[in-house]
Structures are given as C-alpha cells and as structure tokens.
Write a protein of this length. Structure first.
Length: 122
C-alpha cells in the first residue's frame, strides 16, 4: 500500500523541522523514518531539537501515534528533543488522552515552536 503521507525537511539554527502532510498511519513508517534521517543528518551539530509540524496533516490513526512514539524514543536515545506544532484541536486532544503530550511539547504553530530555538529566552 502506498503512503499518502509526505514529509519535507529543513534546517534552522538549533532545530530540524519535519513538515508532514496527508495521513500519518501505518503506511507512513518509511516516510517518517527517512524524513527523520534527512533532518538530523543535514547539520547534526545544530539539531538538538526536531520539530514535527502537523499543520498539513489530515489524519492520524493509532499506528501513526505509535510511529510518532518511535521517533520520540529514537530522538531521546540520541539525546535530541522532539516537539510538535500545528496539531488540530482534535489531534491535540488525542495527544492529551494518550498522554503523548506528557513527553512531547506542543506548540500551536511552527512559528511558535521555531521561535523557542532561534530566539531562546535570556
């Protein structure tokens, strides 16, 4: 089955950004894994944080949540922080219900997430 999830990556000072679109489900495993690899290897010394941007995501199922947890576990093993941005109210509630939000900081939008790393508080 072909994935309907797409991912683009970009590098910012202090953060790697993975912008997701489409559906995050079981077919998205390869897309998410490859995007993570691209994001953290582009400039590893500047990527202590990975931002998963969900603004263009239409659907996340339980398998998609498990994929996100696996990215979180891998990042933690590599001493990286993962944050999320752009979740719809519905998926933000799912992150809360599943307690995923206990382990991944949530931001309303990408600008808010990125500003934490490009302009840290004094």
């Amino acid at each position: 089955m072909m994935s309907t999830c797409e991912a683009t990556t970009r590098s910012l000072p202090g953060a790697a950004v993975i912008e997701l679109s489409g559906e995050v489900d079981g077919t998205a495993a390869a897309v998410l894994t490859e995007a993570y690899e691209r994001a953290v290897t582009a400039s590893p010394e500047n990527h202590d944080t990975v931002v998963l941007d969900f603004a263009a995501v239409d659907y996340i199922n339980s398998t998609g949540i498990a994929l996100i947890v696996s990215v979180l576990a891998r990042a933690r093993a590599e001493r990286r922080k993962v944050v999320a941005s752009g979740l719809s109210p519905h998926y933000r509630e799912i992150f809360d219900i599943t307690r995923l939000s206990d382990f991944i900081e949530l931001f309303p939008d990408l600008d808010g997430a990125v500003s934490q790393f490009t302009h840290p508080a004094a």
